[in-house]
Design a protein around this ligand. Sequence first.
Ligand code: FAD
Ligand code: SIN
Length: 533
Amino acid sequence: MRIESDFLVIGSGIAGLSFALKAAKAGTVTILTKRDLRESATYYAQGGIASVSSSEDSFESHIKDTLDAGAGLCNRRIVEIVVRDAPERIKELIQRGVKFTGRAAADGLEFDLGKEGGHSKRRIVHAEDLTGKAVEEALVEKIRSNGNIRVFENHIAVDLISHAKFVSASPMERDMVWGAYGLDKSAGQVRAFSAKATILATGGAGKVYLFTSNPDIATGDGIAMAWRAGADVSNMEFIQFHPTCLYHSKAKSFLISEALRGEGAHLTVSDGTRFMERYHPMGDLAPRDIVARAIDFELKKSGDDCVYLDITHKGAEFIKSRFPNIYKKCLEFGFDMTIKPLPVVPAAHYICGGVAVDENGLSTIDRLWAIGETASTGLHGANRLASNSLLESLVFADRAVTDAVRLVKSGGEVPHIPEWETLGAVESDEAVVITQNWDEIRRFMWNYVGIVRSNKRLERASRRMSLLKNEINDYYWGFKITSNLIELRNIATVAEIIIRCALARKESRGLHYNIDYPERDDLNYARDTVIRP
Ligand code: FAD
Ligand code: SIN
């Protein structure tokens, strides 16, 4: 049975939920989300949301910091739009019930502003060290009580309903999308979710790498689906590695927020010697690409497994009140950060590239928008400034709503959508193949397409990927699909795109560092890497 609505939102992090709440004022909304409603990268965000909020700060300064981090590839117009819109979006979150940390003042809340790498001022609005949880829970509560929004949890979008692929092969100037096919994970059944406007808000792709700060949902599904539908994708070589994740076999790369360094924590090697001043004038608060590479270099030099993050000098009282969640979590793993430095390593954290979109989040396919981490808007360039991601999601959700509502109101009926065909697929008899391929991709992406790259390693990764792609495709078409198989196919697609973009950029810039081209080459590469299938 087909589910119809005006707006189909795929994903329920900050981007998807913010879009849905506003779109519901104009029409019916369906949200597809592959786990429970709140499971998302958003939920785990710690540091906060960058927004100019103090008299000592200015929009110009936030704009400059964003452009500097982006290493020459940010779209200045987009940066200005996002930075200037930030205070309004924060106000809206407060109206929705988010409780940020601060002090009551005559004209509202005086935020307790945090600082993070690459920011020249204190401007991070936060809710203790659980900002994402505070935001996600407030949005989820509003969604649950909205009569115009239907939520399908444990439903994973499989593919977009591209007009050219699924509806009619007659030539069109620009293809369009009429919703998505989604797998009900409990019933094992695929249904069509048709819509006049489809919004990809599927988050990032950290699971492409062996070590990542991201939750398991981050398998790049939106990027892979848009790619298969024929959309342009850009800047996928720029993978951000967060410098400080807890080094412990059971911690699944638990993030130690950059806000710790903002409050004076410093990085050291095993004998306690600090090293960041040797790499950048901002020392421990240098942009993330520089800190992650410095750690990588120090680890290769010493042969150690980790470096250390020391905040002990701030005292137990301050640490426990400013970072209650991180303190508690580390204690569970046997580390008391008030007494001893924490062992930390970098891990894949954020994908700056994604589905190429215009200033309203519209992709190169009609009726298809991409917002949040899935999109490549031009804000981050070659390296995202800390805490600009939640902000970008809010701003682009707002802009995409205006655009999508205009389109839906202008008419256009959904055509006949065919049922999903299984073409004689049978139950899988060798799930071990899926596990093996997952592991292989994530391992070679970490080793060959990680913080430091070389031509030889990238080419090796590319060869491995071609072999695996064929194997995964055979499997995909031969057996009944499962969530695990859909995600495997997607991480394979995203890995292949990352490798392709990395091979195309023959220079080093921002998050892309290739030892065979160690310099930045503004003459030939001061541009986005835009690719299409
Ligand atoms: P997400 O919040 O990841 O949501 C994606 C949603 O899509 C999920 O609901 C998922 O289940 C769903 N989904 C995915 N694929 C499918 C599919 N095929 N079908 C159906 N549903 C699907 N940024 C900041 O600005 N400040 C911070 O302090 C900060 N801290 C961070 C800390 C951590 C540990 C992590 C991992 C990231 C952090 N980031 C931070 C980055 C930021 O959290 C993310 O970039 C942002 O939350 C992305 O929001 P989103 O809505 O685009 O995606
Ligand atoms: C952090 O708290 O260090 C994460 C901030 C971000 O990713 O923007």
